[in-house]
Design a protein around this ligand. Sequence first.
Ligand SMILES: Cc1cc2nc3c(=O)[nH]c(=O)nc-3n(C[C@H](O)[C@H](O)[C@H](O)COP(=O)(O)OP(=O)(O)OC[C@H]3O[C@@H](n4cnc5c(N)ncnc54)[C@H](O)[C@@H]3O)c2cc1C
Length: 420
Amino acid sequence: MTAAPAQGHVEHSMVIVGGGLAGATAAASLRADGFAGAITIVTEEAELPYQRPPLSKGFLAGKEGEEALYPYPAQWYEDHSVELVTADPATGVDPAGHTVTLASGRTLHYAKLLLATGASPRVIPLPGLELDGVHYFRTKADSEGLKALLSAGGHKLVLIGSGWIGMEIAATARELGNEVTLLGLEDVPLSAAIGTELGKVFMDRHLEAGVQFRLPASAASINGADGGSAGKVASVTTSTGETIPADLVVVAVGVVPNTALAQAAGLAISNGIEVNAHLQTSAPDIFAAGDVANALHPATGAHARSEHWANAIAGGKVAARSMLGMNAVLSDIPYFYTDQFDLGMEYSGYGALAKDAELVVRGSLESREFIAFWLREGKVVAGMNVNVWDVQDSIKALIHSGRTVDTRRLADPAVALEAI
Ligand SMILES: Cc1cc2nc3c(=O)[nH]c(=O)nc-3n(C[C@H](O)[C@H](O)[C@H](O)COP(=O)(O)OP(=O)(O)OC[C@H]3O[C@@H](n4cnc5c(N)ncnc54)[C@H](O)[C@@H]3O)c2cc1C
């Protein structure tokens, strides 16, 4: 998996730490933008760089194979002289000396460094986390492990956390014939992200498929067969005192950005690695992109960290250009998507601005084919299409335009979005 190292020209070396989508995209962008020097991707996983969305959907369901995970096949790295160092995490960065140290003891010199270290599942203090049958869910190995269990059906799965990942795993597990119960802190799942009314659309679809919810409820303990915290998991006790039988538990209560390396190197940290709109950290030759980067967004004037696929791609490209001195700016309107049962959804916009904003729906929530818009002072700040396709460009154009819209026309499916 390792192409010929080309560390000879130290001053031309680009080092990327993190083999996720942001890291892989940055390497491809460096080459696409004409960079001919050495590129090294360092990653702690023993994998080709891969993307994560299929892990909780098609890959977990067994409908998609490994090829759905890799943005670039192994041959691509060979062909483009990108050295891949796998299963060898970076353990130290020296911004003054321009070096990265790896767990193996190897030292890499860089002209520019990209930190694309992503995020890790949040660990909550909970009795019973070490029981056999308790899982976290972030990596290909996590998905493969759970797939091996769920694919036969008949398991009793309790999901702690009813966010996007929890809801996607619930849908896939249920489709595979397992009993699924979700615990979440909100009255309606996903309501913190998209509001109660729209969260209910997803919840109702899950209920229809037989997924059970305990809301609002957290887990008080995960219990073994003898009620203790050794051996195989047997149940989960909720904060409301209910004990739910379980032979599998997935803890999906959000992620925390992997900032340890950056922090130890003395970089500015605030909810991630703090970067400007060029994705440059407080050290001029070090950049950060993807889930780990808390980036200044020119449209809002605020820093925000995005944990989504499109941000990893856009950030990887901008970081690469900034590393090449091309003065790139991350100004894309944030975008993400989800698939749960037969609900396909895309969302574009500024989540923080959409909170408590005016909601306008085009189509009907009951039909599960609609576009929801969030407006502030008559201007669209976010839009979400559910089972309606090829409208993202129009939604983004409306947001981008910043113009005041007629909400009656916006809600009317007979009026073309381009004519609003
Ligand atoms: C199950 C799942 C489903 C998702 N589904 C969707 C979806 O439907 N839509 C959507 O928009 N987004 C989705 N996301 C989010 C999306 O996948 C992430 O935003 C994206 O993976 C972020 O990419 P990244 O490159 O920043 O980080 P990551 O993909 O986390 O990659 C970071 C890599 O860096 C490595 N690393 C960390 N520290 C070091 C170190 N010190 N040295 C070397 N390597 C290191 C990590 O091991 C990891 O391999 C999903 C995420 C998950 C987990």
